[in-house]
Design a protein around this ligand. Structure first.
Ligand SMILES: [Zn+2]
Length: 229
């Protein structure tokens, strides 16, 4: 079926009451014929002084380019509503489909017999990231925190900067270890290259997968060298 705005608004209300405790305010619904996504929940992000983001001006976009089965359209609406729920409540997830997203999604699947997934429903951010598939060599620091979280930092390929970055983090009590890698996997294109101490949290499984072909580096005698096999 090709959904109409009325249909999407009706479904939104239904799922809002059924799955989200009726706590999501109505938002503008827009039909889209973009090739890159089935659904999108877009929002304006403002960065707060503490570095966290606050979201406003939400919009729900649903694709009408392709005639999908109704179930897929319903799942797309629910999927985007989870993004909206997370944005709206300023829950800071570990990534676009991070721990919070997955746990809400799994509970909806279990309680309402849905088949929601995290694929084919790119957020605006993901779509932009997907555009850059160029292979560029990156030096990547992987930071393991004592609380189990994992962070990624793409560093400039300048030896003193890499060494200095690692030195600075060494004394940090929340960190358990740091590993360095050289990789051209496009996954890392999404992260800004910098030495600022702001770390990008990632999902461990996703990171492991994307580091599969990376060369591990070590710092030895003030040099960054390949880790001996
Ligand atoms: Zn999504």
């Amino acid at each position: 079926m090709i959904p109409t705005i009325e249909y999407i608004e009706k479904k939104f209300e239904e799922y809002n009451h059924l799955m989200f405790g009726g706590r999501l305010p109505k938002l503008p619904v827009v039909l889209s014929d973009a090739k890159t996504f089935l659904g999108q929940c877009v929002a304006r992000a403002t960065t707060l002084p503490n570095g966290l983001k606050k979201y406003s001006d939400f919009e729900l976009r649903i694709n009408t380019r392709v005639d999908y089965p109704e179930e897929i359209i319903e799942d797309t609406i629910i999927h985007e509503m989870i993004h909206y729920f997370i944005f709206y409540h300023n829950l800071h997830d570990t990534s676009a489909h991070g721990d919070i997203f997955i746990s809400i999604m799994q509970s909806i699947n279990a309680n309402y017999g849905r088949k929601l997934s995290i694929s084919h429903h790119a957020t605006k951010e993901e779509t932009e990231q997907a555009v850059s598939t160029k292979r560029t060599w990156h030096v990547v620091a992987v930071i393991y925190f004592k609380n189990g979280k994992v962070g990624v930092k793409v560093l400039p390929r300048v030896m003193p900067k890499i060494i200095n970055f690692c030195e600075q983090l060494k004394g940090e009590k929340t960190i358990s270890s740091i590993s360095l890698y050289m990789t051209d996997d496009p996954f890392f294109n999404r992260f800004p290259t910098s030495v600022a101490l702001r770390i990008n949290y990632v999902e461990k499984d996703e990171l492991t997968k994307n580091l599969a072909n990376a060369q591990e580096l070590i710092i030895s005698n003030n040099q960054v060298i390949n880790k001996p096999k």
